[in-house]
Design a protein around this ligand. Structure first.
Ligand code: ATP
Length: 232
């Protein structure tokens, strides 16, 4: 089976700026869970943009499921992202006036692959995920803007997980939560990734979450080739 993620000799600089990322190597197997830490401004979101194929490396190679994203055209990259990735954004990026249920099933619209992965109807699978993430069913037909931040976060997680993507990318999704809610959310997220067989790349500057992950690295380690942990 192809590796979930492999990076070799990758460099990236924003236009007119010095190199921000110089990653000698990073690899993950299907289902692996990686925590990436690093202070604000160190390049965590930039790295996630590269993983999602929203940004292109200046040099080197980045493969997801064996596919070098830089070799795909823009529309092919969009399709690859829709089919194989689930993304939980820092600000969730939900559609505020659409009901919860439609926000979750929206992830299937541009993804024949995710639709094929379903074992029930889109609504049934969205309902299963929302229930598993403990969002009360009284809220499922409510527009998202009426939900609390913690509730919106569960909707964003359900949207990222529907259709069993190979890789779920999460950019500081717990930053608006208190410690109790954070731990509960992480347990649910892990359980659902396991159920779906999804790998997880999770970015945060909250090192309290670090012990929950089998693989941990930092932007500093990634950028200094010799400091990386074995296997990372
Ligand atoms: N669209 C952009 N154009 C130019 N420079 C950018 C852009 N986005 C980010 N940068 C620069 O890249 C650097 C890293 O930013 P990035 O958002 O990746 O950091 P981060 O580690 O995710 O920070 P935070 O924890 O605050 O979210 C910063 O110096 C930032 O100014």
């Amino acid at each position: 089976m192809a590796e979930l993620l492999s990076i070799e000799q990758l460099s990236f600089a924003w236009p007119g700026q010095a190199n921000l990322l110089n990653i000698d190597s990073l690899s993950l197997k299907p289902g692996d869970r990686l925590f990436i830490k690093g202070p604000s401004g160190s390049g965590k979101s930039t790295l996630l943009g590269l993983l999602a194929g929203i940004l292109k490396p200046n040099s080197g190679r980045l493969r997801i499921l064996g596919q070098d994203l830089a070799r795909l055209s823009g529309p092919q990259r969009d399709r690859f992202r829709a089919n194989h990735l689930g993304y939980i954004f820092q600000q969730f990026n939900l559609l505020p006036y659409l009901p919860v249920m439609e926000n979750v099933t929206a992830a299937l619209i541009f993804s024949p692959h995710k639709r094929k992965q379903l074992t029930a109807s889109p609504k049934q699978e969205a309902a299963r995920l929302l229930a598993a993430l403990q969002l009360p069913d009284a809220l499922w037909q409510q527009p998202v803007h009426r939900l609390s931040i913690g509730q919106q976060q569960r909707v964003a997680a359900a949207r990222a997980l529907i259709g069993r993507p190979a890789l779920v990318i999460a950019d500081e999704p717990t930053s608006a939560l208190d410690a109790d809610n954070r731990t509960a959310f992480m347990e649910l997220l892990f359980a659902e990734c396991e159920h779906a067989g999804s790998g997880l790349v999770f970015v945060s500057h909250d090192s309290a979450l670090e012990p929950l992950f089998s693989h941990v690295t930092s932007l500093k380690q990634l950028n200094g080739a010799n400091d990386a942990e074995p296997g990372l």
